[in-house]
Design a protein around this ligand. Sequence first.
Ligand code: C2E
Ligand code: MG
Ligand code: MG
Ligand code: MG
Length: 280
Amino acid sequence: QAKMAGRNTVRFFDPSMQAMATARADLEKDLRRALAHNQFKLYFQPQMYRNDQVVGAEVLLRWQHPERGLVSPLEFISLAEKTSLILPIGRCVLDAACTQLKLWERSAYSRQFRLAVNVSARQFRTVDFVEQVQQALNSKGINPELLELELTESLVLENINDTILKMHALRDMGVRFSLDDFGTGYSSFSYLTQLPFDQLKIDRSFVRNIGVKTSDAVIVQTIIGMAHNLGIEVIAEGVETEAQRLFLEQHGCHACQGFLFSKPVPIEEFIVWHRRLRHQ
Ligand code: C2E
Ligand code: MG
Ligand code: MG
Ligand code: MG
């Protein structure tokens, strides 16, 4: 293609594209090494009922890079998806979440709460995804109701028939589903009645503007109302202020997650935080 391009046209391989391709290849190599050397770590962020009751936690992936330090999933999940590395990574996260649930059960550490795990499209579409989840649960003997899978609108709509089949199979086992980043994607909600979601998760972009932008406060109220009408729960993500929390509670939002309570932290910190919460 580059050879055919004329004198005045942009060449296919300009230096900046070459640099980008190299950076990508480096990152991919690093990702493979990360997997082999267990450089992925789970962080936990509590999901709260009112101000003082933990109902669950979302599991958020971090990469403990030997030189770059802690790397955000925003910097590597999309490449992991493109290279299929998300498959072993996703399985790792699922297994680790189940291991954590088992530890909690054994130690009777608290009234057990749920763990929510993010699932990527590539991972959900694998033919044996249902079996993978079942295996992760069975191998540790976990009550499936303690596992919640977070799916996005774009994921569920990408292949609605496959989505319906897999969600129902997992739902029949008792696994819970939450619709992540709700409100940012499609505007047709008809699919919602076909899919066994237990919860809508209001996107942070709307929560942030409660008290700032009337239209976003209205959207938040509408989403809460929609969840009530569908007979499912609703949680807000990115809750940072008491004013936001209060608005959400007063309008019937079941749960909140955000920096107001805790940022995502390693498990040891999460346990310390929770102990302090219970004794305050
Ligand atoms: P998400 O699932 O929507 O997760 C919520 C993100 O919002 C997290 O970013 C969290 O740290 C951040 N957050 C939570 N509360 C607040 C708040 O009060 N204020 C602000 N400013 N931010 C808040 P994080 O951990 O960087 O994750 C980003 C995205 O990466 C996630 O968005 C999710 O889509 C993806 N991700 C994370 N872990 C995994 C994983 O294990 N597998 C897959 N496939 N994706 C993951
Ligand atoms: Mg999520
Ligand atoms: Mg989210
Ligand atoms: Mg989000």
